[in-house]
Design a protein around this ligand. Structure first.
Ligand code: RIB
Length: 306
């Protein structure tokens, strides 16, 4: 079983040639609504990018509103088990305001947690929800809910056979703590996050070496945007080049898709290099389409190319 714990957001996306400067009013090109949230994106990516379905579940919260209903329906359609998604009365679903610059596809995101802000798993819930866990199971985490530290520490202490895959995004200073990060099995960060954790800057190989010195336990993956990624398991360092894309439309959800794809590959027995290569290809598809969750491809689309 793969359990994704985290956020579900309703994304309000403005496409504009560029972002306005402070005090400036700009006419944009389009306003669209999409489904997102790092947790929901990861869950849908993990399910869609798996060779068979039925082994992914999501643990999160939505509000008692239309957005929440749509997000739960999208998860179900992707064959994600939503039994652990709670509908909170009197609370709004999480949302994100996103500006995508159409010249580059780059985004800027502000999240409002809403129901995600109430996701605080406690000992009893964790014990109940992981009572049937098995070696080989995965848990996928990011930072869009308040209970991240609790989940990592509880799983480390109680379910050491479950692999925790963690993307510490959006960055929270209190969670860039080496003692905590050493408790996960896989840490996936971008260059900026790696620099913040290590306090170092410089070339990607030096950055990875510094990260490994600080965090000897986890398998480490540093994503490098269009340049691909570099990764280390034990003492083995490898890299995968980025996939060349002619037209970057919207980068939203690419990182979440990468994470979900890596996990789906590892779960079915791929080695790390294969998992990262597959995930790089999947993320390259997402950035050529608008929206986060809706742009995530199915397994067959990526497997046939690779
Ligand atoms: O990673 C992309 C996601 O970040 C968006 O879907 C948005 O909801 C925010 O959570």
């Amino acid at each position: 079983m793969i359990t994704v714990i985290g956020s579900l957001n309703y994304d309000l996306v403005t496409f504009s040639r560029r972002c306005p400067r402070a005090g400036e009013t700009l006419q944009g090109e389009q306003l669209e609504e999409h489904l997102g949230g790092k947790g929901l994106n990861e869950a849908i990516a993990t399910a869609r990018l798996s060779v068979t379905k039925g082994h992914v579940r999501m643990w999160g919260n939505v509000g008692d509103d239309e957005h929440g209903k749509k997000m739960v329906a999208a998860l179900k359609e992707a064959r994600v088990d939503t039994g652990l998604v709670s509908v909170l009365p009197g609370v709004s679903s999480g949302s994100a305001t996103i500006i995508v610059e159409t010249e580059s596809g780059e985004n800027r995101i502000i999240i409002i947690p809403g129901a995600n802000g109430e996701l605080k798993p406690n000992d009893e819930q964790l014990a109940a929800n992981f009572k049937d866990s098995q070696p080989g199971d995965f848990v996928v985490l990011q930072n869009e809910f308040p209970g991240v530290r609790k989940v990592i520490e509880w799983l480390h202490a109680n379910k050491p056979d479950v692999s925790v895959v963690y993307n510490p995004s959006p960055v929270r200073d209190d969670l860039l703590d080496p003692e905590l990060l050493n408790k996960v099995a896989y840490l996936v960060v971008n260059e900026g996050e790696a620099e913040q954790i290590t306090g170092r800057s410089g070339g990607e190989k030096d950055l990875l070496a510094a990260l490994h010195q600080l965090l000897p336990r986890p398998t480490l993956i540093i994503t490098l945007g269009a340049r691909g990624c570099i990764f280390q398991s034990g003492e083995t360092v490898e890299s995968v080049a980025g996939v060349k894309v002619r037209n970057v439309v919207d980068t939203t959800g690419a990182g979440d898709t990468f994470l979900g794809a890596v996990v789906s590959q590892l779960y079915f027995g791929a080695d790390l290099a294969r998992a990262v290569e597959f995930a790089t290809a999947a993320a390259s598809v997402v950035i050529q389409r608008k929206g986060a969750a809706e742009s995530i491809p199915e397994y067959s689309r990526i497997a046939l190319r690779n």
